[in-house]
Write a protein that binds this ligand. Structure first.
Ligand code: CIR
Length: 266
């Protein structure tokens, strides 16, 4: 597809959802203790504030107690300037989140399409670059879903590539992020996959792999609190950063990208 400068980081709007009290029951690969809903909400407020500081109008949706992981709004939907795609999350307990987010997408977009077929795609497995969209196969995103999603993106004029997420990584974007303008931040194993050949890849320093999930929002990069070497690496590449606490989200395998759907209409 012809490169669309800024597609991956120039945004005007974001949708987020307040963490539910039930977030303590959120899915996780390893138990490091339950997140505390009150502390999570405080961190979430700071996150919203940072998105606003980066220039976004942020719609904060109400908590959904029936869905412990529903504050991770990135997973049940995907947004492009052309419209929104309602996805089918790959975890049974999260499938209903797609139905819940749909009305908000309909409010924001003229075009809202359901992922065709019966496969599964989590938004956390979709990395938007300015010249390509990468779809990671994972425990949540299967080939059937990825191919259906790829086909849909192609009808909108995008090229999309299906990639294997390295073993032991929840979502493709758990291990990498776009910093815009062809620059990628990635863990070493993710960089070694070769998916980013020909691009400038910043390797996340040892011991800071959680910080591979950052978000560039306009001229600011949101970086999780507690990863000073990654922050310094991004700043050395010429980008301004802001620190966001994600200690509670991390307890349920959440990071910065999964807490919002970011988009613009142009
Ligand atoms: C889950 O396992 O689905 C949630 N506890 C965390 C989702 C994080 N989402 C993301 O990385 N895109």
């Amino acid at each position: 597809m012809p490169p669309r400068s800024g597609l991956s980081f120039r945004f005007t709007h974001a949708i987020v959802r307040t963490p539910a009290q039930s977030v303590a029951n959120g899915l996780r690969a390893e138990d490091a203790g339950d997140p505390d809903a009150t502390a999570f909400r405080r961190e979430h407020e700071r996150y919203v504030h940072c998105l606003q500081e980066a220039g976004l109008a942020v719609e904060v949706l109400p908590a959904l107690e029936a869905y412990p992981d529903s504050c991770f709004v990135e997973d049940p939907a995907y947004c492009l300037p052309e419209g929104a795609i309602v996805l089918r999350p790959g975890a049974v307990s999260r499938v209903g989140e797609a139905r819940e987010i749909r009305p908000e997408l309909e409010r924001c977009f003229d075009t809202v399409i359901d992922l065709p077929g019966a496969g599964f795609v989590d938004g956390g497995d979709v990395l938007t670059l300015d010249d390509n969209i990468l779809i990671g196969l994972s425990a949540r995103t299967d080939r059937q879903g990825a191919e259906a999603f790829q086909g849909l993106l192609e009808t909108w004029g995008y090229s999309a590539r299906i990639c294997e997420t390295p073993d032991g990584v929840l979502h493709f974007k758990t291990a990498c992020s776009t910093l815009g303008d062809g620059m990628i931040l990635a863990t070493e194993p993710m960089a070694e996959t070769g998916f980013f050949a020909g691009r400038r890849v910043l390797i996340v320093p040892g011991g800071e792999t959680y910080a591979a999930n950052v978000i560039r929002v306009n001229d600011l990069v949101l970086v999780p609190e507690g990863y000073p070497r990654t922050k310094a690496l991004i700043e050395a590449a010429g980008l301004a950063t802001v620190i966001v606490p994600t200690h509670e989200a991390r307890k349920v395998d959440g990071g910065l990208s999964c807490l919002s759907l970011r988009f613009s209409w142009a």
